[in-house]
Design a protein around this ligand. Structure first.
Ligand code: C2E
Ligand code: MG
Ligand code: MG
Length: 968
């Protein structure tokens, strides 16, 4: 017996039959109930319009029937089937107006997508607990997993009222009266459709999963997940799942909500993976993860409250579709291929969602829509599958997933853009890339063939190396070729080609082939050269920088030690007051000017000379093209002139001057020292007013260190009697007699001992002490002279006093000299003042004036250290000198054969100009003889006598006068 039959029977007992007249008290509602007439050939009748629903009537429900064939309205009372009944009841009536008995099925589907609602949707449940007819027994429930189906048999001409106890508070979404066979047919028809759709969905899910296993891209698992979610959804929707798994009534809602959440979840995952949102869009990633976490939580929530979960899942689907649309449009605008390809699929997604929305909100209601939407979902997955597969296969055979080691290597080679170089040694055939290889315009036709074919296209300098490289590798049977060669391209330029290859040995241990890669590294080489150049050259002028300068100096210095003809000089050039130029015209102009100066200097040099910019406005020059002093001087002069030429800039003319310091390379020197020497000389020239050339003098060296200390010591030296004069005899070469003395300052330092005047005179000069020193020397020398005059009675005996630059520009010098001469009563001609060339050249006008005045006083004037400066003798004759002192450097035996000639020409020239000559530092007897032959008047050197103390000098004079008198 049917399970519902027993309670139905009991209820039948309580069925009350009442007369129609009693009915009036129950109100008119029941009378509105119209029986639905059934014809024999009806297939399906929608009963809903004819159903009256009574809500919240409790477990016991009373209602009036429609009048039966007898015209009597009865009052019936129905008891609820279950104690937990909703208290909702539905009443309808059926009338069989035919003359045959009719069987019909009353069908109320458990779930109906149409009109289920978006938020808090109706996810289906049992609809009808039981149906009680006004006549006869309770209806038989037909077994059916998706609907409540009751069989009703209507006798001919009968009208029956049915009271249905509703099982769910959500009411009846659909209630139909089916012809049993037609119902079966429809179910069967849908079963076929469902089977097909399910099959496709299942296949898709499996296929996409397999694709994921084969290809590694995250796009595939995401798509596969979506496919599985769709399959699950359809399984539930098509009531397939229920057939597989026994589901308790009411649990179905959980499954349905679960699949909807899964759908929402996988759609987000798919969109994220497919559009590669993780690659660049950190915020999107974070947002997606948050979203997905929310959906996961929703999946759990589906167990407790399926409608809420489903509602949110449906909203999530809509939002995902919207956001997806925005993202796809944005990426399409960015020309992202994947986005463009997703457009059709996503359009379908949106269309589907729209259809779904129309359906669940009840705006679109028909029998086809629900299975159609299910099919639509599968279609979407199918389309997505196609799109994804297109990506999978568009990338060629290696788009992702596993590849063999060989393929990986081959791909790697393609990736490097290198060409293959393969030399079949036995057959002597080189395979070297193809035209397609991105190696510029290399002549591949000539590079493919025997190895010797390479020779003509290789740079001549590289040919031997190439041959040697190949020979070596074949001979040694191991190692590796890593060489760069220059190959002439088709357009005629040489390309640097880097060859990396390795020998492959045959079974006999011989090299059978050499295989490797070839790469055009021209750009790389250029960059390397550029870098090297930049590291060694000044950016502004392009001239070598200090490092390169030092390096060259070192190598030239090394050369100089082995070859006597290499005599480098180093010239340091500093632009005077360049800071002023920068201040006045700006750094940019300053740079332009430096560039101009650099170019001008460069024009003066010969190719073997090096000009460098050492820093700021300082240039350095290694001069090897000239070795002769005069030529070097002339060269330096031309440099000075080059700087001095006006520079036109922005309509203005800027005239700059430079200070030059020169030094020679001395054996065993190191570059830094030589530069330092030139620098010291350069600073000296700066000190003396700039726009001049100074040779280096050892005295400059001490100028820096301990200078202040020495200065204060020197100040004290006066009071402590540490200063004295030494007198070096000046010998008349004709007879070897002492013609006079040169007074030379001596300083006996209490701690350091004797200090050379070469060291302390510059300090005295710069500190101003020289005035006192000079006065002391002048007074002391003349005092001694006057004594000697008296002693010897020879008034022609002279004393020479050195005059420094400071003294020379002081007006007082005239007065001092006049005063001293008057005080010690010596003839003016017996006093000689020694002035160096550089000294007069410092201030030629003033010197000329002063020297003329001294000359007018009758004082002798000697041009000291002649030959160390650069002025010509003719020029110096503007000054009223009467004596020329040839510098000792001319008499030093330096092995130069032209030395005697130079000496001779100086002496002759001096005589022509009316000067008497003193040769300083004569070293050999031979020279002395030669000088005498040249009619050089005097000599002063250690060979004749070192500087003497005044007492010794006096004694010598005494002896001389004794000899003199004896001779006389
Ligand atoms: P100077 O005027 O050219 O003096 C000659 C220098 O040559 C002296 O060096 C002298 O000792 C040195 N001498 C002489 N014969 C020989 C020789 O055969 N071989 C070598 N190698 N040297 C020789 P000293 O005394 O060291 O003086 C150096 C310089 O100091 C002088 O060069 C002069 O320019 C300066 N000086 C010396 N005394 C005074 C002074 O009272 N006032 C000023 N303003 N300068 C002075
Ligand atoms: Mg002197
Ligand atoms: Mg001298």
């Amino acid at each position: 017996m049917h399970p519902v039959l027993k309670p139905a029977l009991s209820r039948l007992l309580s069925l009350l039959v009442l007369v129609a007249g009693l009915l009036g008290t129950f109100g008119g509602h029941a009378f509105a109930l119209e029986p639905v007439a059934i014809a024999r050939d009806d297939v399906a009748i929608d009963l809903l319009p004819a159903v009256d629903v009574y809500r919240g009537r409790g477990a016991s429900f009373q209602v009036s029937t429609v009048p039966g064939s007898d015209g009597i309205v009865r009052r019936i009372e129905v008891e609820a089937n279950s104690p937990t009944s909703s208290g909702d009841w539905a009443v309808f009536a059926l009338a069989n107006n035919t003359d045959v008995q009719i069987d019909r099925l009353i069908v109320a589907p458990n779930f109906k997508l149409a009109g289920s609602g978006v938020i808090w949707p109706d996810l289906g449940s049992q609809r009808i607990a039981s149906i009680t007819p006004s006549e006869g027994f309770a209806l038989d429930r037909q077994p059916n997993p998706e609907a409540d189906v009751f069989l009703v048999t209507l006798d001919p001409g009968s009208t029956v009222t049915f009271v249905a106890e509703l099982a769910s508070s959500r009411g009846l979404p659909e209630l139909r009266l089916w012809e049993p066979n037609a119902y079966k047919d429809t179910i069967n028809a849908y079963t076929l459709y469902r089977g097909i759709v399910l099959g496709i969905a299942g296949l898709l899910a499996v296929f996409l999963t397999i694709l994921f296993v084969v290809k590694g891209s995250p796009m595939f698992p995401a798509t596969a997940a979506l496919a599985w979610a769709v399959l699950a959804y359809i399984c539930i929707d098509f009531d397939f799942w229920q057939k597989l798994v026994p589901i308790m009534p009411g649990q179905e809602r959980i499954w349905r909500a679960g699949t909807e959440v899964a759908l929402a979840f996988t759609l987000v995952v798919f969109l994220y993976a497919y559009l590669n949102l993780n690659r660049w869009h950190g915020i999107l990633s974070a947002f997606t993860i948050l979203w997905l976490t929310g959906l996961l939580a929703l999946g759990v929530a589906a167990v407790f409250d399926p409608p809420v979960a489903a509602g949110i899942a449906r909203l999530s689907l809509a939002v995902t579709a919207g956001m997806g649309l925005v993202l796809i449009l944005y990426f399409t605008w960015l020309r992202f291929d994947r986005a463009i390809m997703l457009i059709p699929t996503w359009s379908l997604v949106i269309l589907w969602l729209f259809g779904g929305w129309m359906t669940v909100t009840g705006q679109l209601v028909n029998d086809v829509i629900q299975p159609a939407l299910g099919g639509g979902l599968v279609l979407i997955v199918l389309l997505i599958g196609f799109t994804v597969m297109q990506h999978a296969f568009a990338g060629g055979g290696f788009a992702g997933g596993a590849i063999s080691e060989l393929e990986r290597r081959s791909l790697a080679l393609t990736g490097t853009g290198d060409a293959i170089w393969d030399w079949d040694v036995a057959r002597d055939r080189i395979f070297a890339g193809a035209d397609g290889d991105s190696l510029g315009t290399l002549p591949f036709s000539e590079m493919n063939g025997p190895a010797r074919d390479w020779l003509p296209i290789l740079h001549p300098d590289d040919r031997d190396r190439f041959k040697l490289t190949l020979d070596t590798i074949v001979e040694h049977r191991r190692g590796r070729i890593t060489q760069d060669f220059r190959v002439r391209g088709r357009e005629g330029h040489y390309h640097w080609v880097s060859l990396r290859a390795r020998p492959v040995l045959g079974s006999d241990g011989e090299v059978v082939r050499c295989v490797g890669t070839m790469k055009d590294v021209t750009e790389h080489k250029k960059a390397e050269e550029r870098l090297l150049h930049d590291a060694l050259h000044d950016q502004l002028t392009g001239l070598p920088n200090r490092e390169l300068f030092i390096d060259r100096l070192e190598s030239i210095g090394a050369l100089a030690t082995t070859r006597p003809d290499v005599k480098p000089s180093v010239i340091l050039i500093d632009i005077d007051r360049f800071r002023q130029v920068n201040d006045d015209y700006g750094i940019a102009t300053g740079d332009t000017i430096l560039l101009t100066v650099g170019r001008r200097l460069k024009r003066v040099l010969k190719s073997q000379d090096t000009l460098a910019r050492l820093n700021g406005d300082k240039f350095g020059l290694i001069l090897t093209s000239e070795t002769d002093v005069a030529a070097i001087v002339a060269f330096a002069e031309s440099l000075r002139e080059a700087i001095k030429a006006p520079i036109s800039f922005g309509g203005r003319e800027i005239i700059l001057t430079g200070s030059l310091g020169i030094t020679g390379w001395s054996e065993g020197a190191n570059p830094e020292d030589v530069i330092k020497e030139a620098e010291l000389a350069m600073y000296q020239s700066k000190r003396l007013g700039g726009d001049r050339i100074e040779p280096f003098r050892p005295a400059y060296k001490t100028a820096g260190s301990g200078r202040l200390e020495m200065e204060s010591d020197l100040r004290r030296a006066f009071g402590r009697n540490e200063l004295s004069l030494a007198f070096q005899p000046v010998v008349r070469l004709e007879d070897g007699d002492t013609a006079g003395f040169e007074a030379l300052l001596r300083w006996e330092h209490p701690k350091r001992g004797a200090i050379s005047p070469a060291e302390f005179i510059p300090i005295a000069e710069s500190s101003g002490l020289i005035v006192q020193l000079g006065q002391f020397a002048l007074e002391e020398a003349v005092r001694r002279l006057s004594d000697w005059h008296k002693m010897t009675g020879d008034p022609t005996l002279t004393v020479s006093v050195n005059i420094s630059s400071r003294q020379l520009i002081r007006q007082d010098l005239l007065n001092d000299v006049a005063a001293v001469l008057a005080r010690f009563e010596v003839p003016p001609a017996s006093l000689k003042l020694e002035v160096t060339e550089s000294l007069v050249m410092d201030n030629p006008e003033r010197s000329a004036q002063l020297l003329t005045k001294l000359r007018e006083m009758g004082v002798g004037l000697s041009l000291d250290d002649f030959g160390t400066g650069y002025s010509s003798l003719a020029y110096l004759m503007r000054f009223p000198f009467d004596t020329l002192k040839i510098d000792q450097s001319f008499l030093r035996d330096d092995g130069r054969p032209q030395r005697p000639i130079i000496l001779q020409s100086i002496v002759t020239m001096a005589h022509d100009l009316g000067l008497s000559v003193v040769a300083e530092g004569v070293e050999t007897e031979e020279d002395a003889v030669r000088l005498r032959q040249l009619n050089c008047e005097y000599a002063q050197s250690y060979m004749f006598s070192p500087p003497l103390t005044p007492d010794v000098a006096r004694r010598r004079l005494q002896d001389r006068s004794v000899g003199f008198k004896r001779a006389g």
